[in-house]
Ligand binder design. Structure first.
Ligand code: AMP
Length: 371
């Protein structure tokens, strides 16, 4: 069985690494000749909307999936005419547009931060009047890792924020005074069966995911129940197959949905060592119509992303309970080059191991992103 993956980044690479023990083979499509998945599988280099590249990519492939959601809808449509493709293209389309995403959450009864669509400077003025300050202006499309966002503190800076984002269609969102951020990872099989992993607690720095803890440190067990119900609602609404992640803000004992990813997710990397079934194997099981795997944790996991540089392996591997993943990407400031998971027997030990890991990373010279 050969699986075609749109996108050749670290997520594709880890999908392949999880699929090889199951006897699967992989081909990737990515515009970058040095895409990191190319080090572990066949890579077709080409634009996602290049008909020739798409034909070469799909030739001899049994099934297509995505590790990158900003694939042009036309390419996905064409591919779905050739071979089965999961998750459903509708999930991809919705996740590409923050407005459609918000409307989907609302249709599923999931609370979201106050927001308003903004298509012009006049609309921005009106949106600010209704949402209030401070607020975040976000481009509807192509934003990630804090890119395509501008914070508006006062009316005087609104126009500059609008110009900074290029005057493209945006959403204005209330700046949520959150108690924390969590994400839920869920999977749905082709037969409609679902599993939901324990909630993950996420710390973003400079708009990028920096550190995650799983299971999350929750003093309110209702949050897990709510997240499970919300995730199942979205999976059902989209008639979804595969792994899906939803990120939430925790505010006063409630969850407000921020965004979703119709794919495996950075905050799920802990599952490789920390759960009975990794998110990568789970996604493959789901799209292949195989039985879904157990999601119970094997301990207390913490992950830290390696941003911009990778400290020497010999120092990282000295941290007790550390599992190191290096993606094989060229260093660039703040680029996700790898991650380290520490696994511990209890929450206190996890904190000690995370603290040790952060010391090692800082000591290696790369300044940690600002909290
Ligand atoms: P996003 O690209 O929407 O995932 O945003 C990246 C990060 O920016 C989030 O994980 C939050 O830390 C922060 N952020 C995004 N939207 C909001 C908001 N409405 N209120 C407060 N913080 C936000």
């Amino acid at each position: 069985m050969r699986i075609g993956i749109l996108g050749g980044g670290q997520l594709g690479r880890m999908l392949a690494l999880a699929g090889y023990p199951l006897g699967l083979r992989f081909r990737f499509l990515d515009p970058a000749p040095d895409a990191p998945a190319g080090q572990v599988g066949e890579l077709v280099v080409g634009a996602y909307d290049d008909p020739e590249a798409l034909r070469t990519f799909v030739e001899g492939v049994d099934l297509v999936t995505y590790e990158f959601e900003n694939v042009p809808a036309t390419a996905v449509e064409w591919l779905t005419g050739q071979v089965p493709a999961y998750p459903p293209p509708r999930a991809l389309e919705i996740a590409q547009d923050r407005l459609s995403e918000k409307r989907l959450f609302e249709a599923c009864g999931i609370p979201v931060p106050a927001y308003a669509p903004v298509g012009s400077e006049d609309e921005l003025e009106r949106a600010l009047a209704s949402i209030g300050l401070p607020a975040l202006l976000k481009t509807r499309r192509l934003g990630y890792d804090g890119k395509g966002q501008a914070r508006i503190e006062d009316r005087a800076t609104a126009s500059a924020a609008w110009r900074q984002l290029g005057g493209v269609p945006c959403l204005l969102e209330q700046l949520v005074p959150f108690d924390g951020e969590v994400s839920v990872l869920a999977a749905r099989g082709r037969d409609g069966s679902t599993v939901v992993y324990p909630l993950v607690e996420n710390e973003h720095r400079e708009g990028i995911l920096f550190c995650s803890r799983a299971p999350a440190r929750l003093d309110n067990c209702r949050l897990q129940e709510m997240a499970e119900a919300y995730a199942r609602g979205v999976l059902y609404e989209l008639d979804y197959t595969g792994v899906l992640a939803i990120e939430f803000f925790v505010v006063g004992g409630e969850l407000l949905a921020n965004e979703m990813a119709p794919r495996v997710h950075n905050s799920g990397h802990w599952t490789i060592e920390g759960a009975e079934t990794s998110q990568f194997e789970q996604h493959l099981r789901a799209i292949l119509g195989l039985p879904l795997g157990e999601v119970n944790p094997r301990g207390y996991a913490g992950i830290v992303n390696l941003l911009g540089s990778v400290p020497p392996l010999e120092t990282l591997l000295r941290v007790p309970g550390a599992h190191v993943h290096v993606y094989g990407k060229a260093p660039r400031p703040r680029r996700k080059l790898g991650h380290v998971t520490v696994l511990a027997a209890n929450a206190e030990e996890r904190e000690r191991r995370l603290a040790r890991l952060l010391e090692v990373i800082e000591h290696a010279g790369e300044p940690l992103p600002r909290a």
